[in-house]
Ligand binder design. Structure first.
Ligand code: T5A
Length: 213
């Protein structure tokens, strides 16, 4: 059985990761592929419970920064072993809305934990499940937050991390760009401030290259 491809979407808040992941899945299915969508933090019952703690302090207190790193990693470890690796082994395409690079960008570059430490924790969590391609949707922070504020039909409060100050989110954005420079063979950067259809076209072109590798 041919192993499925593992595609991750990364980027700052409101970059359009979920929108593009859904559109990509529709295209892949139309082309006859078996596809699985998942997200981080979350994607398993354990991961979804962790998501509640991380985003909305469901345990009744805000996790400290070190706990935050380990909770993201714990959610990922569960997702990789229970969902991602079994799917890839069955030949299913896996599209994941955020993955290990989010920890390096947000907790490493954003919070200031040593990058090598974040990479080591990620390595432990992912059990060798390195994405075939990571699509980095890069955009100006103001556009991203404007999109979140006007998100169609959904009134929801900003979560704990979205409420971080602008300087934090700027470090995250620059961190992602640094990661893309570090792994140019895995990262593909798309300018995500453009109309949805234009971004979708680029995502599809990149995916086709990956499928034909
Ligand atoms: N986090 C996560 C860490 O700190 N460390 C980690 O290790 C991990 C895994 C997750 C939070 O956790 C942090 C990062 C995050 O702060 P989340 O709720 O999963 O939070 O949220 P995000 O992944 O950040 O997703 P967002 O909700 O911010 O946005 P998306 O998915 O990038 O954007 P999307 O597709 O939902 O679109 C947002 C709005 O913009 C519109 C959409 O219709 C929607 O209304 N839109 C566009 N509008 C105009 N033009 C386009 N091209 C558009 N594309 C989308």
């Amino acid at each position: 059985m041919k192993r499925g491809k593992f595609i991750t979407f990364e980027g700052p808040e409101g970059a359009g990761k979920t929108t593009q992941a859904r559109r990509l899945i529709a295209r892949l299915q139309e082309a006859g592929h078996e596809v699985l969508y998942t997200r981080e933090p979350g994607g398993t019952p354990t991961g979804e419970a962790i998501r509640g703690i991380l985003q909305y302090d469901k345990a009744g207190e805000a996790p400290c920064a070190e706990t935050e790193v380990l909770l993201f990693a714990a959610s990922r470890a569960q997702l990789v072993r229970k969902v991602i690796i079994p799917a890839l082994e069955k030949g299913t395409m896996v599209v994941c809305d955020r993955f290990a690079d989010s920890t390096t960008a947000y907790q490493g570059y954003g919070r200031g934990f040593p990058i090598d430490q974040m990479l080591a924790i990620n390595q432990f969590a992912i059990d060798g499940a390195v994405p075939d391609v990571t699509i980095l949707l890069d955009l100006d922070l103001d556009i991203g937050f404007e999109r979140l504020a006007t998100r169609e039909g959904i009134m929801r409060e900003l979560d704990r991390i979205e409420r971080e100050e602008r300087a934090f989110h700027e470090k995250v954005r620059q961190g992602y760009l640094e990661l893309a420079r570090r792994w140019p063979e895995r990262f593909q950067i798309i300018e995500a401030g453009r109309p949805t259809e234009a971004v979708e076209k680029d995502v599809w072109r990149i995916t086709q290259d990956v499928l034909h590798r």
